[in-house]
Write a protein that binds this ligand. Structure first.
Ligand code: HPA
Length: 277
């Protein structure tokens, strides 16, 4: 998508119209963005309508392995949801505006709650992968911001970011984790551009900055969601110890495999939260 304001707006309008038309009478309340290796979370969606990205104006083919490229609408625990299976990463060379196009579509459809998930490297030593982290806050080290440029309709120039991951939703997630006996510590997610994994020195730096996990996504989506007043809830699947914290070299295959091992727990958590909304 071009950064040109007029073209960006018409793409957003066209994408929203296409999704809205395909949804028919469905009115999703919650959008769920799936990270690497977490595609199975979409499996439980009932009466599913699949909308391939190829059918949505402005949406591109996702380049990262393990990302499908479709929206899935339907119900989860009786709640109407829209699942984004496949995200656009900045490391693929995409403009931040494309990374957040789906979230802008969700907002225009009237969705007020965004659940984001990702794969991440664990920096906190007690994170033994594969495990899940509840995102309490984030640090944007991508050195890009999806709100760069002209102010989009429905967004503010300087949105508040003091409650990026909704306090109440985090409380519900912790409650569900306790009930379901799923380990879920809270932590700070640092987003870097990637696509190379970090060096051990970079991980030591991130640790000193207060980061507990590191990844290459999520932050652009949450910034736009907050600019549009949506409430966010975020989970990281800690798929590996961050660079230098274990002897093993990092690989995307390991990330996908570890993600698949906690995808079931993540689905349980998300479903549990939906029931309590
Ligand atoms: N670093 C960055 N992104 C990641 C990692 C990591 O160690 N693991 C999964 N995504």
């Amino acid at each position: 998508m071009s950064g040109e304001k007029g073209e960006g707006r018409s793409t957003l309008r066209a994408a929203t119209e296409t999704v809205s038309r395909t949804l028919g009478p469905l009115a999703p309340r919650v959008a769920i963005v799936l990270g690497s290796g977490l595609g199975d979370v979409a499996e439980g969606v009932r009466s599913a309508t699949h909308i391939p990205y190829a059918d949505i104006p402005g949406f591109q083919k996702p380049g990262a392995p393990g990302h499908k490229g479709e929206l899935v609408a339907g119900t989860l625990e009786g709640v109407e949801v829209l699942v984004q299976s496949g995200r656009f990463h900045l490391y693929e060379g995409h403009a931040p505006q494309l990374a957040v196009l789906p979230v802008r579509v969700f907002a225009r459809l009237g969705i007020r709650t965004l659940v984001v998930t990702n794969a991440a490297g664990g920096i906190r030593l007690t994170f033994r992968p594969p495990t899940l982290m509840l995102i309490a806050d984030h640090i944007n080290l991508m050195f890009r911001n999806p709100l760069e440029g002209a102010v989009e309709e429905g967004e503010q120039r300087f949105p508040d970011m003091s409650d990026p991951y909704d306090r109440e939703l985090r409380g519900i997630a912790r409650e569900v984790a306790l009930q379901q006996k799923i380990g879920l510590d809270e932590g700070v997610y640092a987003a870097l551009l990637g696509p190379s994994y970090e060096t051990p020195a970079e991980i030591r730096m991130l640790e000193r900055l207060g980061a507990n996990a590191v990844g290459m996504s999520t932050v652009p989506e949450v910034i736009v969601a907050r600019a549009r007043g949506m409430r966010c809830l975020g989970f990281s699947s800690i798929t590996n110890a961050a660079a230098g914290l274990s002897a093993a070299p990092l690989s995307h295959e390991e990330v996908l495999a570890a993600g698949a091992r906690v995808a079931g727990q993540l689905a349980t958590l998300i479903r549990g939260v939906l029931v309590k909304l």
